[in-house]
Design a protein. Structure first.
Length: 115
């Protein structure tokens, strides 16, 4: 009998086929994950735009939302800015009075808001 010094052609082709099948499975899964990620991002962006439109309409009561694309984007652009931080320290709604009960203050000293 002859001593085997390496792999036969059939064994090499079989190993290559198995590797190709595994690579195709990885590509299919990564493509599905990419599509799912894109769908999630689009959904999140649409929700942010809708929220920005709601905030704009609350800040501009009675105003109609613009019909042309550049004006619509200009209206909500400041609400979509991720760097813009809302500071509640200087916030004061018109004709509104707020009282925050500090910790330890007895309930008897809290002003009543009965109309």
């Amino acid at each position: 009998m002859r001593a085997s010094r390496g792999f036969s052609l059939v064994e090499l082709i079989g190993a290559i086929v198995v590797i190709l099948i595994l690579c195709s499975l990885v590509l299919i899964v990564s493509g599905t994950a990419r599509t799912s990620t894109l769908a999630t991002r689009v959904s999140s962006d649409l929700e942010a735009i809708n929220t920005a439109k709601t905030h704009w309409s609350l800040d501009n009561p009675g105003a109609s939302f613009p019909s042309d694309e550049p004006s619509r984007f200009a209206c909500i652009q400041s609400y979509l800015d991720p760097v813009q931080a809302v500071s509640m320290t200087n916030f004061e709604a018109p004709n509104a009075q707020y009282y925050i009960n500090p910790i330890g203050t007895p309930a008897s000293s809290v002003p009543s808001f009965s109309q």
